[in-house]
Write a protein that binds this ligand. Structure first.
Ligand code: SF4
Length: 289
């Protein structure tokens, strides 16, 4: 069990409550060994993606969460958005410096990686807990980044304020009971409110369904959410048996790509969405409205 921030392997801690980490796909892309499904689906460049979180804390305790929780040291003030932005770039540079001696790295891509143009605000914890999340997103927007913000939906007030390039609502449950059972808190009413306002957001909107075999792979349960939230895309994605989730779930909860596809086909039939892409290696199927 990771007990403190200093034990988090591969993370660069930024200020008092933020962190940056290069993701697996950035590393693979630098070596020309593949790229993230988001490059395939949405056209971002994996090697220029900065993965960060402005709040190493979460208000849920999902069974499928791979992140270690309860990491936040006590602190009295939140850092400024400009500070987090600037320090996150420096942190990315420190992480990239480790690739100079690595065999097989594409030098041109490594040079480009020093100028990230995409931020995935989704690394660990719930980013909307940072009270100035909309300002942080704006700083990245103003500096030419495409901003992907992933939320668990428990902070509808922040969702109303924030204007990322692409907003993800990550969903695992479909009602109060399943939310309590799978995500460990009584905040479903707040998620429902986010589902209601989701369709009014002007940015590109995505619902990500994290699918666990024999637990929530029931397409009919999610139909009302898709119809109400009216996302541009739905990502049906397999749960991955990684990190801390292994303490709560068996490996058998991780569905095969074919099962995810079956789920997506059924959901497409029930909602009128159509399957527009898929990534076998990431076990994810994209539906488009
Ligand atoms: S909302 Fe995200 S960070 Fe929080 S417990 Fe669930 S999966 Fe983990």
């Amino acid at each position: 069990m990771v007990k403190s921030l200093s034990e988090l392997k591969g993370y660069q801690i930024v200020g008092r409550h933020s962190a940056v980490k290069t993701c697996l796909w950035l590393k693979k892309s630098l070596k020309d060994e593949g790229f993230c499904y988001k490059q395939k689906f949405y056209g971002i460049s994996s090697h220029r993606c900065l993965q960060m979180s402005p709040a190493l804390i979460c208000n849920l305790s999902c069974v499928h969460c791979w992140r270690p929780l309860d990491l936040m040291p006590p602190f009295l003030e939140w850092d400024d958005p400009e500070f987090i932005f600037e320090e996150s770039i420096k942190a990315q540079h420190r992480l990239l410096s480790g690739f100079h001696g690595t065999d097989g790295v594409n030098r041109k891509k490594l040079k480009e990686a020093y100028h990230p143009n995409q931020v995935a605000i989704s690394l660990i914890g719930e980013p909307t807990i940072y009270p100035r999340i909309e300002e942080l997103v704006d700083v990245y927007n103003r500096n030419g980044f495409t901003t992907f913000l992933v939320t668990n939906g428990t902070n509808p007030e922040a969702i109303e304020r924030v204007e990322p390039y692409q907003l993800y609502l990550s969903i695992t449950a479909w009602d109060e009971e399943s939310h309590k059972r799978l995500q460990g808190n009584k905040l479903w009413k707040r998620v429902e409110r986010t589902i209601e306002i989701f369709s009014e957001k002007e940015c590109r909107r995505v619902i990500r369904l994290t699918l666990m075999r024999d637990i929530n792979m029931k397409p009919e349960k999610f139909v009302w959410i898709v119809k109400k939230a009216k996302p541009d895309f739905v990502e049906a994605k397999a749960y991955m048996h990684l990190g801390h989730s292994r303490l709560k779930l068996e490996r058998s909860a991780m569905p095969e790509h074919e099962e995810v596809r079956d789920f997506a086909e059924e959901l497409a039939k029930l909602t009128g969405y159509r399957i527009s892409d898929e990534s076998r290696v990431s076990r994810v199927v994209l539906l488009e409205g």
